[in-house]
Design a protein around this ligand. Structure first.
Ligand code: SAH
Length: 229
């Protein structure tokens, strides 16, 4: 899709997707493979999304390092490895309805979009919500973004085939378990501040959830309610 919306360029203008950026992205993808990401569809999606466009200009040169970075409103854009890891666990198929909690920069949502998902994403901070909404419009990402409290999910758009939480939760919110389809998968970092376990839930019925643990990660906390700044 970037062939239509984002100019490919050999120049070093940071707001285009130059050959330099594409080359750095290819290296990032190779690094992710070496770190154990195997699903070719996940790697292809990472290869398609110009991560430098999501970052404040002073950080552009770091866009393709495998690191988390600060974005607006005191939040972070997740580390590419973490995005790839969560996406791989989610087992997204084309056309699936996917709910993301914690839009942040919008990067994870775009990776899901490039995998062919119908993406719905919720952000509690109004500034991030507005920024991402115009970003999606500008670059042609057809992703539905909402300002709201992720603990409530999006009942009017439920059920979802997949749900991904990208902020740390002390436990999986009940509303999100309800909004997951039977047979659906939910991936979330669960735990206290400073360290969480990546959990994958598979919903077998309204009361029967299979639970897997997939190693330690560090996310910013999911906070209750919405914020006006
Ligand atoms: N997925 C993002 C990174 C998320 S960082 C990316 O790809 O860049 C976590 C995000 O969750 C932050 O933007 C934070 O504001 C948001 N958040 C925290 N609590 C929330 C809540 N209750 N509902 C929705 N979003 C929340």
């Amino acid at each position: 899709m970037f062939s239509t919306k984002i100019e490919r360029s050999t120049e070093t203008d940071d707001m285009t997707d130059s050959y330099r950026h594409q080359g750095l992205r290819r290296q990032l993808v190779n690094g992710l493979k070496q770190k154990g990401i195997e699903d070719p569809r996940v790697l292809e999606a990472i290869d398609k999304v110009p991560r430098h466009l999501f970052m404040d200009s002073s950080f552009l040169e770091f866009a393709y390092q495998d690191k988390a970075f600060p974005i607006a409103s005191g939040q972070t854009i997740s580390q590419p490895y973490t995005v790839a890891f969560q996406t791989e666990l989610l087992k997204v198929e084309k056309g699936m309805k996917v709910l993301e909690i914690g839009t942040g920069s919008g990067y994870q949502a775009c990776v899901l979009y490039e995998m062919g998902a119908r993406v719905f994403t919720v952000e509690r901070q109004i500034n991030l919500y507005k920024k991402v909404k115009s970003f999606f419009n500008k670059y042609g990402y057809k992703i539905k973004v909402f300002h709201g409290d992720g603990y409530r999910g999006l009942p009017s758009f439920a059920p979802f085939d997949r749900i991904i939480i990208t902020a740390a939760v002390p436990e999986i919110p009940g509303a999100l378990k309800t909004q997951l389809k039977t047979g659906g998968i939910l991936v979330a970092p669960v735990g206290g501040q400073g360290y969480q376990t990546m959990m994958r839930l598979v919903k077998h019925s309204e009361t029967d959830f299979e639970e897997e643990h997939h190693g330690g990660f560090v996310f910013v906390p999911m906070l209750p309610g919405t914020a006006a700044d």
